[in-house]
Design a binder for this molecule. Sequence first.
Ligand code: FES
Length: 96
Amino acid sequence: MALLKRLTERDRAVLPFTLDGRPASGLLGDTLLTAVLTAEDSLRGSDFNGEPRAGFCLMGACQDCWVKLGDGRRVRACSTLLEAGVCVSREPGRSL
Ligand code: FES
């Protein structure tokens, strides 16, 4: 179940992408964080205990929103815009 629900701006272009190997979609102008959290209930697992995280500062300062892209880059989801066709992988974090 998605953590975020779109209430407005539904008329932007749809951008397909891949999330954890499955097809997903976001809207033109979405950050990766928005695109992921309108499809899923978490962005990644905590580095400390694997608990679900959804970012914290949402402005590129806390590093609580790292995701991996298909080209191997690790980026902050809150400050990276979604591009059509990008492959995004969520990190599970560490389990205790
Ligand atoms: S949520 Fe803090 S850097 Fe992205």
